[in-house]
Write a protein that binds this ligand. Structure first.
Ligand code: CP3
Length: 335
């Protein structure tokens, strides 16, 4: 059993386990090298050999406690019929959502299109040391809807008119999407993943009156599915502020990743009965080593008596210096 799973399930304290969101990414020169030769990001995600290689890069370099499979939350809408284009300035762009295509999609077809992801998990598991975890993931249903229906007006705002126009359709689409996501989880487990993380990155854009229906409830269904499948699940409902407490009580995941807006002392005192993960602002890593280690120490001290996994409050940014990250990992291990 990996240290990560011991912390998630047995609620072990102070095992100093650590991994990073976006640990496989553009801040690593060995990733950039592969990326340069593979301009189409979706195609790269669906190349099982390269995806496995990339997943292992940060684990080999920093001896982290887990590999996270190199893939993307948008592969699910992609295989369900929407073209996904990554626009450097505006982020991912999806072609127009077609409800008919989506609802009539064949499950077998869905799974055969995602087979490269499962092959990548299988290959990675074989190369990964026994005491390391292999994390699989999905996007939160609401976050996927935001991309699929193009619900954002700008970087941090929902287009309220579009939201209202689409609101009646959402329940039907959501329940079908949850089915696909559970299938995807099941296959990732069969391929060798031993942890699931749910990235609900745009949960914070929901108005309070919709949080229950569009965030807590869908996450709850996925967590229940994971419990039935006997796999630990970490949720990350980014940006919901003090509603993290309600999320924890209603959804009851094994682990909860906090974002950097959450005060860690508040989290320790108010998010109980759950393994906490993350929190530190990834931008801190752009500062000097002493400041980085001091900030990490703050998190390690606050969480020393509760089950805690070191990670960040969002993904590593491309400007991160790998050497500083390596020093941070050493600092955490020796603390
Ligand atoms: O190392 C890992 O964390 C595993 C791989 C992973 C990626 N995306 C690879 C990736 C994971 C877990 C994700 C999740 C993901 N993808 C989320 C949830 C987490 C979050 O960031 O909030 C979201 C919202 C996406 C959608 C997505 N994919 C965006 C918004 C972008 C473009 C912005 C960006 O950060 O570049 C991507 C592209 C993407 N996914 C890259 C990587 C390494 C960068 C691709 C590149 O240009 O090389």
């Amino acid at each position: 059993m990996s240290d990560l799973i011991k912390t998630l399930i047995k609620k072990n304290k102070s095992c100093n386990s650590v991994w990073f969101m976006r640990q496989a990414g553009r801040y690593l020169p060995e990733f950039r090298k592969i990326r340069q030769q593979n301009q189409n990001f979706i195609k790269l995600c669906l190349n099982s050999e390269l995806s496995s290689q990339i997943s292992l890069q940060p684990v080999e370099r920093f001896d982290l406690d887990a590999a996270i499979i190199f893939s993307d939350i948008l592969l699910v809408p992609h295989v369900l019929g929407q073209d996904v284009i990554f626009d450097k300035e505006h982020g991912p762009n999806l072609s127009k959502f077609n409800q008919q295509t989506f609802l009539n999609f064949e499950k077998d077809n869905f799974l055969s299109k995602l087979k490269p992801v499962y092959d990548a998990i299988n290959k990675t598991r074989k190369k990964l040391k026994k005491d390391k975890s292999l994390i699989s993931f999905i996007g939160g249903p609401w976050t996927l809807l935001v991309y699929m229906m193009n619900l954002k007006k700008n970087k941090n705002e929902i287009d309220r008119n579009k939201f209202k126009d689409n609101k009646q359709k959402m329940q039907k689409i959501l329940s079908s999407l949850i089915e696909y996501l559970c299938l995807h989880i099941k296959n990732q487990i069969s391929a060798g993943a031993d942890i699931v993380q749910v990235f609900d990155s745009w949960a914070g854009l929901l108005e309070n009156e919709y949080l229950n229906e569009l965030c807590f409830e869908p996450n709850y269904q996925i967590v229940e599915f994971c419990k039935k499948e006997n796999i630990p699940v970490i949720c990350f409902p980014r940006g919901i502020k003090e509603k993290y407490a309600e999320f924890n009580l209603k959804v009851k995941p094994d682990g909860l990743n906090i974002d950097y807006e959450i005060d860690p002392t508040w989290a320790r005192d108010n998010l109980t009965g759950v393994t906490l993960q993350g929190g530190m602002n990834p931008k801190i890593l752009l500062r000097g080593q002493e400041e980085i280690n001091a900030e990490a120490k703050k998190y390690l001290d606050i969480f020393k008596d509760v089950p805690y996994i070191f990670n960040l409050g969002h993904g590593l940014v491309p400007e991160t210096d790998p050497e500083k990250l390596g020093n941070l990992v050493k600092f955490i291990r020796n603390y």
